[in-house]
Design a protein around this ligand. Structure first.
Ligand SMILES: [Zn+2]
Length: 411
């Protein structure tokens, strides 16, 4: 199983210079390869492969000799990551790859040849960089990603493989549906609502103020550069606060449940309005679902995304009666068919859970004594060994009580 450990590193001035050059080369190659891919696609209808990118590198090194200063495997990692980014895009998991800016966070990846020594990390062509390695690590060191934040801090993300097999997924336990909302960060099918921490909102307001200040400065001036750094620092604090909150919440939910079911974000966004609040929650949601997924997989639990649209808010989870419209401001409603009183969000979370369980029941994983939903009958036996823990729900399949008409395709 693979684990990532992120440590702070402290390069010397000379090492910073060398890293900056490496970041520049990697970024240059990413942008160049991306552009090349776009043009090749326009001309031939086909993109470039990872090998296709790598084959271009020797000639480019002749044309641009400074490219030779960069460790060659760093450039090859860029080729790999770009081709992966395209695969993720075509399979609907990610947006179209973007060009990289020299102003954002910078990073490079070493697929091998990095050594961990006592309190230093030895990077090819950079040397021994001081690091906070305050624990021993299990497993073989695989890739190392070195990054620099906008505030000038350096980190190394170390990927270890401990050689142990991934836990076999089991559905034996409690299932939880989660609705990601705008009024609350997350609402669960067992009736809990979780809000973003209050001081996060305060910090976001502070960020807005600092950003306005920055926009009034003359570009290229000293005060502009200063204001920019201040904005980056506030931004960094917001990201840390948000991540900390999400890590605690995802840890709690994964600890307490065996099956976690959420709506696929691409599907969720298709039915919501575009506004700022959504944009903010979006970036929070995708990080949160990423955490739920990897934490579940690590422990042999099941993380499931419902990959198609169904009206989770407008369906009564008790009798499956659907109501015509439910404006956003209506927070609770009573089902006309069975007279059940619903909290809008909790009802939605319960529908998400039930739909996920229905899909799981259809897939080869057998559901054992979940006891959480009337729609689950105690069918038998063991999950297949070694199956992936996240189950992709089929978009085309009908037969759901929640199913309405033609499914909307994703992407
Ligand atoms: Zn009802």
């Amino acid at each position: 199983m693979r684990n990532v450990v992120k440590v702070r590193i402290y390069p010397t001035t000379a090492q910073k210079e060398a890293l900056l050059q490496a970041f520049g080369c990697a970024r240059w190659w990413w942008n160049r390869a991306l552009n090349l891919n776009n043009e090749t696609y326009k001309a031939t209808g086909k993109g470039l492969s990872r090998q296709g990118y790598n084959d271009l590198l020797p000639a480019l090194k002749q044309e641009f000799p400074w490219l030779k200063n960069c460790y060659s495997q760093v450039l090859q990692s860029v080729s790999l990551n770009l081709s992966r980014a395209f695969i993720n895009f075509f399979e609907g998991r990610a947006k179209y790859p973007n060009f990289k800016s020299k102003h954002g966070k910078q990073s490079i990846q070493y697929p091998q040849s990095v050594k961990l020594l006592n309190r230093v990390i030895k990077l090819p062509k950079i040397g021994e960089v001081e690091a906070k390695l305050h624990r021993t690590f299990d497993g073989v060191l695989k890739t190392v990603t070195v990054s620099m934040t906008c505030t000038g801090k350096y980190y190394a993300a170390l990927l270890f493989d401990d050689g142990l097999p991934i836990e076999t997924a089991s559905t034996n336990g409690k299932a939880l549906g989660i609705d990601l909302g705008l009024t609350h960060f997350a609402i669960t099918s067992d009736g809990s609502k979780f809000d973003n921490p209050k001081h996060l909102l305060k910090r976001e307001k502070n960020l807005k103020r600092k950003q306005q200040k920055l926009s009034r400065k003359v570009k290229g001036s000293v005060s502009h550069a200063k204001a920019r750094k201040i904005v980056a620092r506030v931004h960094e604090r917001i990201i840390n606060t948000r991540k900390d909150f999400q890590h605690k919440l995802s840890r709690k939910l994964v600890n307490e449940n065996q099956v976690i079911i959420v709506e696929n974000l691409a599907v969720k966004n298709m039915v919501k309005n575009h506004n700022l609040a959504k944009a903010i929650s979006d970036c929070g949601w995708s990080e949160f679902t990423r955490q739920l997924k990897y934490k579940s997989e690590k422990e042999g639990k099941i993380y499931l995304e419902i990959g198609r649209f169904f009206p989770s808010s407008k369906t009564c989870h008790v009798c499956l009666n659907q109501i015509g419209s439910l404006p956003l401001e209506v927070r609770s409603w009573t089902c006309k068919a069975c007279q059940t009183k619903h909290d809008r969000d909790i009802n939605a979370a319960k529908n998400i859970r039930d739909e996920g369980l229905r899909l799981l029941r259809q897939s080869s994983v057998q559901v054992l004594a979940l006891g959480t939903s009337a729609t689950v009958s105690g069918e038998s036996v063991r999950p297949k060994r070694g199956r992936k823990t996240s189950v992709e729900a089929s978009v085309r399949e009908a037969g759901s009580p929640h199913y309405i008409g033609t499914p909307i395709s994703v992407g």
